[in-house]
Design a protein around this ligand. Structure first.
Ligand code: ARG
Length: 462
């Protein structure tokens, strides 16, 4: 049985079951780099405060750096009997350097240590999320720039509504991911407060310098309240929320790609390298990447609810429940990073099937609003115009025909307000180009949107 650093007041060894039940190193082992970074900052501060000699601080720092290298290379493996990453590293340090190792935990507790580690970790991963969001937004802009003139049926209720430029549609996602980028930046900024030196909860009688450790770890400042320092997991929740909203946005795009790729639509062709086949149906080329992004969204939402629920009603300050914070944070961030990368590749390789799109635009009376608007421009009251257009649609639908099967004279049978120019009004291109309202789908607008989005991507600061 391993002697625990806290074994002083215990007369029985820990039960094997409890060791397995309480260990977290299988999960928080991933925090070793942050743990060591925090310990080095702490040791330097203890030296400056006169609590460690130069030699002791140097031994600790060197020992910790060697442990970091050995974890990385696999030469040092964690022992679950030592609970968590913090005790594993501290015990190993003392094994390697002797007495000075025992002084490292002066004026510190695992409570402020784990809060510090998780903040450093989350800050780094939010940076990765922002970098990948930036890359993905660049991909969306590039794809959009090639499709300003590609017109698709815009949908409401998943039914043909009004024609829009495909670039306009793709740039709607650009807007969502830009908000996600900002949101992750906000979360990273709010998170950047150091809990180190809060100690167990009440602070410490030792003459520590929390401003020094905060600066060394690139935090903006030390937290103002030591009790909050060890109790707060808002930053972790915000990160999981950011991941959840990104997944929600990705899942909407994924769903559209699945639909667009299905045979009745066939609007897009997906890259072979991003699809898989069926073990029984030889003709299959499935949009699995998009489907899995859609599916994984559920797990990320689960992480958010799990963490909210773990934190609910916890009395101040630290409670062991909070050890359960790591899986939701790590899993949700792992997933969102993987999904961003996968969707980036999928969108890069996405090709448009123009013929199928043209066929789709013919069906569904997509320019019916334009016909009604035309009548309004000719002085027909809108309700009247709506009814007349509805009658034309019903007439054509019952005969399996479309607007472009009618000549101007045919239109005049429904209203004398129709002139010869109605035949150009029902073309999807003219429908699109008339929508010049700010943010609307006119191609001249959309061309400017692409340029604006490109400039935004180029000036992103991760
Ligand atoms: N493994 C613990 C966690 O992740 C570290 C803090 C332990 N503190 C304690 N008082 N047992 O939350």
């Amino acid at each position: 049985m391993k002697k625990k650093p806290w074994s002083g007041r215990f007369s029985q060894d820990t039960s094997g079951l409890v060791e397995r039940f309480t260990e977290s190193v299988s999960i928080d082992g991933r925090l070793y780099a942050q743990d060591i970074e925090g310990s080095i900052a702490h040791a330097e501060m203890l030296r400056a405060a006169g609590l460690l000699t130069e030699d002791e601080a140097r031994a600790i720092t060197q020992g910790l750096r060697e442990i970091a290298r050995d974890v990385e290379s696999g030469a040092f493996v964690f022992d679950p009997a030592l609970e968590d990453v913090h005790m594993n590293i501290e015990v190993e340090l003392t094994k390697r350097i002797g007495e000075p190792g025992k002084k490292l935990h002066t004026a510190r507790s695992r409570n402020d240590q784990v809060a510090t580690d998780l903040r450093l970790y989350t800050r780094g991963r939010l940076g990765e999320v922002r970098a990948l969001l930036g890359r993905f937004m660049a991909t969306l802009v590039e794809k959009a720039s090639g499709h300003v003139d590609t017109i698709i049926p815009g949908m409401t209720h998943l039914q043909h509504a009004q024609p829009v430029s495909l670039a306009h549609h793709l740039l709607a996602y650009f807007e969502m991911f830009m908000r996600d980028f900002d949101r992750a930046g906000d979360a990273a900024r709010r998170l950047n407060v150091s809990p180190l030196g809060s100690a167990a909860l009440a602070g410490t009688p030792h003459p520590i310098d929390r401003f020094m450790t905060a600066a060394a770890l690139q935090f903006d400042e030390p937290g103002r309240n030591s009790i909050d320092g060890v109790s707060d997991r808002d930053f972790a929740l915000e990160a999981v929320f950011c991941a959840s909203v990104i997944m929600m946005h990705l899942s909407r795009l994924a769903e559209e790609i699945v639909i667009w790729n299905s045979q009745p639509f066939s609007w897009v062709v997906l890259p072979d390298a991003f699809c898989t086949g069926s073990s029984i149906m030889p003709q299959k080329k499935n949009p699995d990447v998009a489907e899995l992004v859609r599916g994984k969204t559920g797990g990320v939402y689960g992480s958010l609810v799990a963490l909210l629920t773990t934190m609910k009603a916890l009395p101040l300050a630290y409670n062991r429940d909070m050890q359960e914070d790591k899986p939701p944070v790590m899993e949700s961030l792992d997933t969102v990073l993987l999904c961003l990368e996968a969707m980036d590749g999928l969108v890069q390789g996405l090709e448009v099937n123009r013929e199928a799109l043209e066929g789709s635009l013919k069906a569904g009376f997509i320019t019916a609003t334009d016909v009604a608007d035309y009548l309004v421009e000719k002085g027909v009251p809108f309700r009247e115009a709506h009814r007349i257009t509805g009658e034309i649609v019903s007439h054509l639908a019952s005969r399996g025909k479309a607007f472009d099967d009618l000549g101007a004279e045919d239109f005049r049978k429904f209203s004398h307000a129709f002139g010869p120019d109605i035949v150009s009004v029902i073309r999807p291109e003219s429908s699109v180009d008339r929508r010049r309202s700010f943010g609307g789908t006119a191609r001249a607008n959309v061309k400017a949107m692409v340029e604006d989005a490109r400039a935004q991507v180029e000036s992103l600061e991760v």
